[in-house]
Design a protein around this ligand. Structure first.
Ligand code: ZN
Length: 210
């Protein structure tokens, strides 16, 4: 898939091999959606949640942001695409789960380790600065670790910060408290092909095994 022409060809393939073969499924979907899960994932081209989690159309309500960052209420923008999606997912679709999915080798987190590389990029700079506190804490507490290990821990910490930020919206917190909504943190390691899930009892990410 390299050119726009390839994308259009991809649609033709989708239409003849999937859409037209699963008519009832797509007819029902055309009227309404009822996803149980909202996924907040990074924009990275390698981490499409529907592909990684093997979901069908209609399964996931998705918003993607650089480094899967969710802004806290005091920093959410006047016009905020991430929070508009979260609000719609929680208040209108009544999703039962919110999954924040970070990943290895994340360019957004890498930017915080190399601020010079993004110093002239206003929007990226401001956006990733939302995860600054998490990264600083990791670096301070793990000064003896190699930079790549610090980056890995920072990628994980940024996911947890997004969960914390989600909980600082009272309508998210209320849904969680009432038991109608659960929050989950995932970390997709694309080098090893493993998916790690945050275990709050162990306070660590655990690899998902079959
Ligand atoms: Zn990323």
């Amino acid at each position: 898939m390299q050119s726009f022409h390839d994308l259009v060809g991809g649609f033709h393939h989708f239409r003849s091999n999937y859409f037209l073969k699963e008519k009832e499924f797509f007819e029902a979907l055309a009227h309404s959606q009822n996803p149980k899960t909202l996924v907040i994932a990074c924009c990275d081209s390698r981490t499409d949640p529907a592909i990684v989690l093997r979901c069908k159309p209609g399964d996931l309500f998705v918003v993607r942001s650089v480094a899967a960052i969710v802004p806290p209420p005091e920093k959410a923008g006047e016009y905020d695409a991430v929070m508009a999606a979260v609000e719609y997912g929680v208040k209108h679709l009544n999703v039962e789960n919110i999954v924040v999915m970070g990943h290895s080798n994340c360019g957004g987190i890498a930017g915080l380790f190399n601020p010079k590389a993004i110093e002239r990029e206003h929007f990226i700079n401001r956006w990733v600065s939302l995860a600054c506190s998490a990264v600083h804490e990791v670096v301070q507490e793990n000064a003896d670790l190699a930079p790549e290990q610090q980056r890995r821990l920072s990628e994980e910490a940024a996911v947890l910060l997004s969960l914390e930020n989600l909980l600082s919206y009272d309508w998210v917190e209320e849904a969680v408290q009432s038991g109608s909504l659960a929050l989950h943190a995932l970390y997709y390691d694309m080098a090893t092909g493993s998916l790690n899930v945050w275990n709050s009892a162990l306070e660590d990410f655990e690899a998902v095994t079959k």
